[in-house]
Every structure is written in structure tokens, then in C-alpha cells.
Design a protein around this ligand. Structure first.
Ligand code: 5AD
Ligand code: SF4
Length: 475
């Protein structure tokens, strides 16, 4: 029996009076694309009267939006499902229903296997079919165990609702906007081409419309998302084939939109037009996440990255010539099968040469179904751990160096949310660092000039620079 909560409302879809308000708790793992998807799924469910809650115990439906990129990420989901099973039992004893859904890349990769391993799960839904979630949930509520992991022929973005004004506002002054999904690169370590499918770009008009809606609701900064975002392409209003550079220039014309970012890029798709955007567009923030994974040509080849270390360094040079103030960020994998000490030293050398402002580094994790899993010469765990420690020590030193070089600089900060101390707000520097500054809550959404006074381990501290007073007319 389903326990209906006391709240009653009108369903916007059916118009049914006194439809029960059900609560959905969404937990998001992994990348920013999952954050975007979780919001879209909540929006789709709200049409059926579901209200989002942060309190797990209150939820009628718990949805885990999962990540399959490394083994650890996938295993986390199963341990969470174990805990949820207990909560579901407890609720059942009180006569209350709690449905459990699994979305995201684990759902896509493991499908029916999840139902077998986790008997409490009612619903499994892959990233290509999120627009079918409300319907799937209705079926699950009748007792069916639903698995929706077929790639849909229809475009989910045509069916998923764009966020409404109030919801967008509650999510803050920065927003994600997915412009591209999937990947055709097939790096030999990576599950993405299998879980997210082939590269698909959203059409220009759809992206512009969503951006305008976000800005109308108060968003000042948009980050364009894609597993391979700089592979985005589409036909522009001028009938020309556009790349990401053209799209960014068009978005730069959206009135009220102050800042643009994009992530994640592949070195092979950094074309001249995109590099030019970094030179000429003040709204495009001087920050670039450009994963290289390894500094060894032998390993880059085995990873199927399709470029050498020297080509990556030359590319970085070209981008920095266009935008000398650029903060570079990267991803690294240590211990890919066959990686020798000499290969690893090559990675350290590349890191020294680039000088990263920010980076993410991981031990290689064997992913079933990828070519890397078939390779002999897997590197022992303790060797991976030691290499990771050395690499992270160097990357952390560079990150600190970058932050310290900001001290004394006068920069623009977009104020985002209340800080930890009363009277303090947290904003973002152009290079994506959090910046703590004394400011009024009413200034959230403003871009202010500050002077950086101190660099902490994970954020900067700043003081506001007084705007020159307008001269009095009577003086
Ligand atoms: N093992 C370790 N790290 C991985 N990544 C992707 N696949 C794996 C794997 N099998 C890392 C890459 C990628 C980031 C999102 O995750 O560095 O850029
Ligand atoms: Fe994975 Fe490589 Fe595609 Fe990035 S480019 S999503 S690492 S296959």
C-alpha cells in the first residue's frame, strides 16, 4: 500500500485536483553531465506532482544517478543500494512505500544485472531515455520491475522539459547546459562510448532557447557540457556548419549572459575557431580543461588518444598565445597497462612543461568491455599508488603556485552564494577558483572587482575594491 503524504496539489499534467504530492530524492554521482541530467529528471517528475526533497527518509522515490567511469564509482552505488534496501524495509513495516531507481552510466552498462544484484531496485533507466522516466515510474508503481536502457530513436531533449524560472532561480546564478552527448573517440580505458553512446550534438536553436531561458531566470554564467564538448557541431542561422567557437560567439550575444565556460575537451578537437574565441571573447573565461592522460607517446598510442606529447604541448602553446592569462586543467591516468617507470617520468616531464592550475589524477581502473581490460601487463596496485602520490604532489604544488600568483591581483568575481561566515559571500574567479569576500546577500549575481589578499588551500580570499564615487553635481 502506498502511503499518500498529507500534501495535496493539482497535477499540472492531468489537471487532476488533489493529486497527492510525492517526494523524490535524487543522489548524483560523477560528472557535471550527471548534475545536469538529475535536474532535468527532477523537472520531468515535477510535472507529475513530484517535489524534490533533500531528506532521504521523506522520499517516496529515491533515484541514484550513477557513474561507471572507475570501478570504485560503480561499487559505491551497490553499497548505497544495500543501505536503501534496509530503509525500504523499515518504511514497508510502517506501511509506507519507497521506490528505488537507478539512472546514469551504471544503469546503462549493467541493466538487468542491477535487478539481480540489488533486489530492492524497482527501476533502471539509461541516460538516453530520461524523457521516459515519468512513464517508467508509473509502471514501477504498479509493481513491475522496469528496465529502460535501449537507445531511444526520439531525441530526449525534445521531450525533457526546460527548467522553469523559479527552479532555475533556486539553483543559483550559474548553470550547466548540455550541448553534446556521447563519444566516438574510443580511448581504450574508457566506458563512455559504451554507456553514453555515439556523439550527438544538440541543434543550435534548442541550445540558444535554453540559454535565453536560463538568463531570463537570472543565470549569469553558463557552462556548456559534453563528454567531448569541443566536438560539438551544428548548422547555424547562416546555414553554415558551426563548431563550438561559432556557438560560443552566438551565445556571447545573449543579453544578460556575462560568462561562458565549456567542458570537457579533447585535444584533437581544439580547432582554430575555438582558439580564436579564447583570444577575442571577453565573456569566455580564460580556463580550459584539456585532459592529456599521459605524457608518454607509447602510452598515448596504447590509449588511442591520437596525438603525441609534443603535439599536446604545441597545442597548449597556441592556446596560450591566443589567451596568455589561461588557466589550464587536466586529467591524468597512472598505471595504464604496460606503463613503465620511464613512461611515468614522461608524464611528470609533461606536467612540468605545462604547469597546470588545476588537475584530476586517477589510478587506472580496469573497465569490463573496454580494450584496456584485455591488455596484458597490468600494473600492480602498489606501483600505481606510488606513482599517483608523486604525480599528485607535483600537481598540488603547481595548483598552489597558481593560486599564490593571484595574490595582489585585481580581478572580477561573480558572486554566487552565502559564505561560511556571516557577511561573507563566495564567488568565482575567472579561473574557477572559489573566492571569499565580504559582501551583501543582495549582491549575489553581481560581478564585482576585488583584490586578492590571500590564497588558502582550496579557495582565495579577497577585498572589494571601492567603485569610484560618482561626482556630486553640486560640487
Ligand atoms: N581508469 C581511471 N581513470 C579513468 N578515467 C576514465 N576512464 C578511466 C579508467 N578506466 C578518467 C580520465 C578521464 C576522467 C573523466 O576519468 O582521466 O578524463
Ligand atoms: Fe572517454 Fe576518451 Fe571519449 Fe573522453 S574522449 S569520453 S576519455 S573515450
Amino acid at each position: 500500500m502506498t502511503q499518500e503524504t498529507a500534501l495535496l496539489s493539482t497535477s499540472p499534467v492531468t489537471g487532476e485536483m488533489n493529486a497527492p504530492v510525492r517526494k523524490v530524492f535524487v543522489k548524483t554521482y560523477g560528472c557535471q553531465m550527471n548534475v545536469y541530467d538529475s535536474d532535468r529528471m527532477s523537472d520531468a517528475l515535477s510535472r507529475d506532482g513530484y517535489v524534490a526533497t533533500d531528506v532521504l527518509e521523506e522520499a517516496d522515490f529515491v533515484l541514484l544517478n550513477t557513474c561507471h567511469i572507475r570501478e570504485k564509482a560503480a561499487e559505491k552505488v551497490y553499497s548505497e543500494l544495500g543501505r536503501l534496501r534496509e530503509l525500504k524495509k523499515e518504511k514497508a513495516r510502517e506501511g509506507r512505500e519507497m521506490l528505488i531507481g537507478v539512472a546514469g552510466c551504471v544503469a546503462q552498462a549493467e541493466g538487468n544485472e542491477i535487478l539481480r544484484r540489488a533486489p530492492a531496485v524497482d527501476l533502471v533507466i539509461g541516460p538516453q531515455t530520461y524523457h521516459r522516466l515519468p512513464e517508467a515510474l508509473k509502471r514501477a508503481r504498479t509493481g513491475e520491475r522496469v528496465v529502460e536502457t535501449e537507445y531511444a530513436i526520439e531525441d530526449k531533449f525534445d521531450y525533457l522539459p526546460a527548467p522553469d524560472k523559479a527552479k532555475t532561480r533556486s539553483r543559483g546564478v550559474t548553470a550547466f547546459l548540455t550541448v553534446q552527448e556521447g563519444c566516438d573517440k574510443f580511448c581504450t580505458f574508457c566506458v563512455v562510448p559504451y554507456t553514453r553512446g555515439a556523439e550527438v550534438s544538440r541543434p543550435v536553436a534548442q541550445i540558444i532557447a535554453e540559454a535565453e531561458k536560463l538568463v531570463e531566470a537570472g543565470v549569469r554564467e553558463i557552462t556548456l557540457l559534453g563528454q567531448n564538448v569541443n566536438a560539438w557541431h551544428g548548422v547555424g542561422a547562416d546555414e553554415r556548419e558551426w563548431g563550438l567557437g561559432d556557438l560560443l560567439r552566438r551565445l556571447g550575444e545573449v543579453e544578460g549572459l556575462a560568462r561562458l565556460r565549456y567542458t570537457t575537451s579533447h585535444p584533437r578537437d581544439m580547432d582554430d575557431s575555438l582558439i580564436e574565441a579564447h583570444r577575442s571573447m571577453a565573456k569566455l573565461m580564460p580556463y580550459l580543461h584539456l585532459p592529456v592522460q599521459s605524457g608518454s607517446d607509447r602510452i598515448l598510442k596504447a590509449m588511442n588518444r591520437r596525438h603525441t606529447a609534443a603535439e599536446y604541448l604545441a597545442l597548449v602553446e597556441r592556446i596560450r598565445t591566443a589567451q596568455p592569462d589561461l588557466a589550464l586543467s587536466g586529467d591524468f591516468i597512472v598505471g595504464f597497462p604496460g606503463e613503465t617507470e620511464a613512461d611515468f617520468e614522461d608524464t611528470l616531464r609533461l606536467v612540468e612543461a605545462v604547469n597546470y592550475a588545476q588537475a584530476f589524477s586517477f589510478k587506472y581502473s580496469t573497465r569490463p568491455g573496454t580494450p584496456g581490460a584485455e591488455l596484458k601487463d597490468q600494473v600492480p596496485e602498489d606501483v600505481k599508488a606510488k606513482r599517483l602520490e608523486r604525480l599528485q604532489a607535483l600537481l598540488t604544488k603547481q595548483q598552489r603556485g597558481f593560486a599564490e600568483a593571484c595574490v595582489g591581483r585585481e580581478i572580477d568575481v561573480l558572486l554566487e552564494k552565502p559564505g561560511r561566515l556571516p557577511g561573507q559571500l563566495v564567488g568565482r574567479s575567472p579561473w574557477l577558483q572559489p573566492v571569499n569576500v565580504d559582501a551583501k546577500a543582495s549582491q549575489i549575481g553581481d560581478i564585482i572587482k576585488v583584490r586578492i589578499t590571500k590564497a588558502g588551500p582550496n579557495s582565495l580570499f579577497a577585498e572589494m575594491i571601492e567603485e569610484p564615487r560618482a561626482r556630486s553635481l553640486t560640487a
